[in-house]
Design a protein around this ligand. Structure first.
Ligand code: HAM
Length: 419
């Protein structure tokens, strides 16, 4: 195959109908559930000034190695957003939302970019729906975002989601745990994979997340033994609130997540169809990210959900708002009339396609049978008698209707067929 430079870039793809309608349905489902919980939609630019993502101390793979970072023609250092949380926190600070009545609840939906190795469920451009709740330290906030995630999964028709939770501690207890991990893995340094040798220095918590050193990981000290009283109370509160709402949730002692800003709660929503460590959603608490971005210290919690992954895990497609189409066919000489009639039906709210390449009635009806549920045929003696032929393309049944009753007839027929 030639012309490879004119194909989609590696790890990206086109989405065509009917799949685009599935994405549209997911967008409506997620945003409407977020609205029910009081979240306001936020749109941030697709690229940001690089320091928004490359903050001091940020050492995660997602940001350091997988970002699309570039210098533009004017010399600006920019990065395509690899995730939404830092961008949302930047918007929170820049727009003075710390002054607004707290908590502030924001949600977003859009593309994210990571230069990962493409594989099933992992793309270089993926779509994320996310929510961020600012201004609450309470475990009730963590429980709220988890329950919102669970509602969305449930409403999308996915059964048995696995909600895993952990606490990675706070500035009081995490340093002690970090040291315990460095001691444990340091003694076994020669057995570690190459990535983990690096993690041992840069981000020891991520050693728990390694897919290679599984046996070593199992014997590592458990965070729970290092939690301070506040952290212990916090995770207990989250778990009991989620369970009291009837939602199962499991502690996962190895869950640490791949971004640097988390404090205390981290959680993921998995599913048996996705394999062990792949997640539909991931999130957690990140108190103080706003302070790293030049704003006040504000506690916050949220999650991001991979739309492609959730769609691929669904047992059946979502109901969509794809309009059912009418095909306005016409006999030779009736093109202008058909064109006007099609416009008036569209003005009345119907979806109407009509021929614009001058094909025969037979060819028009062939297209209609593929793309529409009803054909309206303009012309002939019927038109002269102020009547019009309509054909139900699923049943093949044909009727003649008075021209001025066409709209009512089509609407009633459509409702009747939908019921
Ligand atoms: P994350 O876990 O990196 O978290 O991404 C969230 C979700 O996006 C994942 O659970 C997954 O479903 C999806 N995802 C990530 N990378 C890819 C990819 N390459 N291809 C397909 N899907 C992908 C975050 O991004 C955080 N900002 C979440 C958050 C919000 N934490 C607090 N608030």
């Amino acid at each position: 195959m030639g012309f490879e430079e004119f194909q989609t870039a590696r790890g990206t793809r086109d989405i065509l109908a009917p799949e685009t309608w599935q994405f549209e349905a997911m967008r409506r489902l997620t945003l409407s559930w977020a609205a029910r919980f009081g979240y306001e939609p936020l749109e941030t630019p697709i690229f940001e000034q690089s320091p928004v993502f490359f903050r001091v101390g940020e050492s995660t793979d997602i940001v350091q190695h997988e970002s699309y970072r570039f210098i533009d023609a004017g010399g600006d250092d920019l990065t395509l957003r690899p995730e939404g949380t830092a961008a949302a926190a930047r918007a929170f600070v820049q727009n003075g939302l710390a002054m607004a009545p707290q908590p502030v609840r924001l949600c977003y939906y859009g593309p994210m970019f990571r230069r990962e190795t493409p594989q099933a469920g992992r793309f270089r451009q993926h779509t994320q729906f996310g929510v961020e709740l600012y201004g609450s330290e309470s475990f009730l906030a963590d429980a709220e975002v988890i329950l919102l995630a669970a509602r969305i999964v449930d409403q999308a028709g996915l059964e048995h989601p696995e909600i895993r939770i952990n606490s990675i501690g706070c500035t009081v207890c995490r340093p002690r745990y970090r040291q315990a991990l460095v001691d444990y893995f340091g003694e076994r340094q020669t057995e570690l994979c190459e990535d983990c040798q690096r993690r041992l220095i840069q981000n020891p918590l991520r050693l728990l997340d390694c897919k290679v050193d599984v046996d070593l990981r199992r014997g590592a000290p458990d965070l729970e033994e290092y939690w301070c009283d506040d952290c212990r109370e916090h995770i207990r509160g989250v778990v009991s609130t989620v369970k009291a709402a009837g939602q199962p949730i499991q502690r996962d002692r190895q869950l640490v997540r791949g971004l640097d800003y988390y404090t205390r709660t981290v959680f993921e929503v998995g599913h048996p169809t996705l394999g062990e460590r792949a997640a539909l959603f991931g999130g957690g608490r990140y108190d103080g990210l706003t302070a790293n971005l030049g704003g006040p210290f504000v506690p916050a919690v949220g999650f991001g959900m991979g739309i492609e992954r959730l769609l691929s895990a669904l047992p059946k497609p979502l109901a969509t708002s794809e309009p059912r189409r009418i095909y306005m066919a016409y006999l030779p000489g009736f093109d202008t009339v058909a064109y006007q009639l099609a416009l008036s039906l569209r003005d009345a709210g119907l979806a109407v396609e009509t021929d614009v390449i001058g094909r025969s009635l037979k060819a028009q009806l062939k297209t209609a049978s593929r793309r529409a549920w009803m054909a309206v045929i303009v012309g002939g003696q019927e038109w002269a008698d102020a009547r019009i032929v309509v054909r139900d393309l699923n049943r093949g049944a044909q009727e003649v209707v008075a021209r001025d009753e066409l709209l009512q007839y089509l609407k009633a027929y459509r409702e009747g067929n939908q019921a």
